[in-house]
Design a protein around this ligand. Structure first.
Ligand SMILES: Nc1ncnc2c1ncn2[C@@H]1O[C@H](COP(=O)(O)OP(=O)(O)OP(=O)(O)O)[C@@H](O)[C@H]1O
Ligand SMILES: [Mg+2]
Length: 335
């Protein structure tokens, strides 16, 4: 399975008509429409390595779904190029479809009026999956996602969380190397969310699938992704590992320890300042010189001192991402 994703200078413009205000304006717009071009995606470049899970993040309207639609062959870019497992998705839609699975949390790709299991059977025939293989895969998905409780139900009667789990299984039944997930855990309760994350981890770590995921749930990003790409106003503003992003934008952690020896001498460590000391209790924080991450600091502190208790505080990922958007600056909108 070699499922790399390559995106080079990708742009997608939409032409739309501006409505002029008032009745006279509406009339004029009909006769002489004023058209504007808006870039939903603008000159985006990134790669996803085979077997990697990348989170594509950004505020509403940033261009995430548009990017995924290009990579799944639904939309054609205005400029730039994309390759998924070596295939240009919008030029060879069918070939691309065999290499990818896609889930759009907002809408199902199952047949609304059919029981889920019949949808699975149709997909088996479309993708020409041998029956035994199909049955084995369904068993595996049932073990991980507990589908059999409701897979004889018509799709239209499923709850949102049940339906998206079925969509996930449907997307993977033909064993594609690359998977696109646009808000796959939308509307799920915490237990099911964790189940789905476990399932996705399994797909990446055990099956070697490449996953490109969008979500607004930062807990999900922390649990699943090592690397993230941030987009804002259609432009890529950041591409890096969570550790790198935390180091750059979220250096507000503290490590609090209780020392075994209340009289031990405590000195600052590289990149780590001693913020406070009260008997056996000591508080460490970043010293502003390109600080280590909270986990690196914790490791350095407990290697250096004998401690009986530790606690850490760190900026949560939402704060870090907000800081990243602000620092990267609002992109200029093109007209
Ligand atoms: N068919 C279309 N015609 C015109 N504009 C569009 C079309 N599709 C998307 N857009 C615009 O492109 C921009 C990016 O939309 P997109 O759906 O990619 O955002 P998103 O990052 O997925 O947002 P969300 O987090 O809300 O799902 C938005 O401003 C949207 O209004
Ligand atoms: Mg979207």
């Amino acid at each position: 399975m070699s499922g790399s994703i390559e995106v080079r200078g990708l742009s997608r413009a939409f032409r739309s008509t501006v409505r002029r205000p008032g009745f006279a304006g509406a009339l004029r717009s009909l006769i002489d429409p004023e058209r504007v071009t808006k870039y939903a995606v603008s000159d985006i470049t990134f790669d996803v390595a085979p077997g990697e899970l990348l989170a594509l993040l950004g505020p509403n309207g940033a261009g995430k779904s548009t990017t995924i639609k290009i990579l799944t062959g639904i939309l054609t870019p205005t400029a730039g190029e994309a390759r998924v497992a070596g295939v240009v998705p919008y030029q060879e839609r069918e070939r691309n479809a065999r290499n990818i699975g896609a889930v759009f949390g907002q809408r199902t790709q199952l047949w609304w009026d059919l029981p889920v299991r019949e949808s699975f059977a149709i997909l088996r025939d479309i993708y020409e999956v041998p029956r035994a293989e199909h049955a084995a895969r369904l068993r595996e998905f049932d073990d991980l996602l507990e589908l059999s409780a409701f897979w004889d139900t018509r799709v239209r009667h499923l709850s949102l969380g049940q339906r998206v789990r079925c969509d996930l299984a449907a997307a993977l039944l033909h064993d594609p190397p690359v998977v696109f997930l646009d808000e796959p855990t939308i509307g799920m309760d915490v237990v099911v969310k964790e189940q789905v994350r476990e399932f996705l981890r399994h797909q990446v770590e055990q099956r070697g699938r490449t996953v490109l995921l969008t979500t607004h749930d930062m807990t999900e990003v922390e649990r699943l992704a090592e690397r993230v790409v941030l987009v804002n106003h259609g432009r890529l503003v950041l591409d890096g590992t969570l550790d790198e992003i935390r180091r750059t934008y979220g250096s507000t952690w503290q490590v609090r320890v209780t020392l075994a020896d209340a009289h031990a001498a405590v000195v600052p460590l590289p990149g780590i300042a001693l913020l406070g000391r009260d008997g056996p209790r000591a508080v460490f924080g970043p010293d502003g010189s390109g600080a280590p991450t909270v986990h690196q600091a914790l490791k350095a502190v407990i290697e250096r001192y004998e401690v009986t208790d530790v606690a850490i505080d760190e900026a949560d990922l939402e704060d870090v991402m907000r800081a990243a958007y602000v620092h990267a600056g609002p992109a200029v909108e093109e007209a």
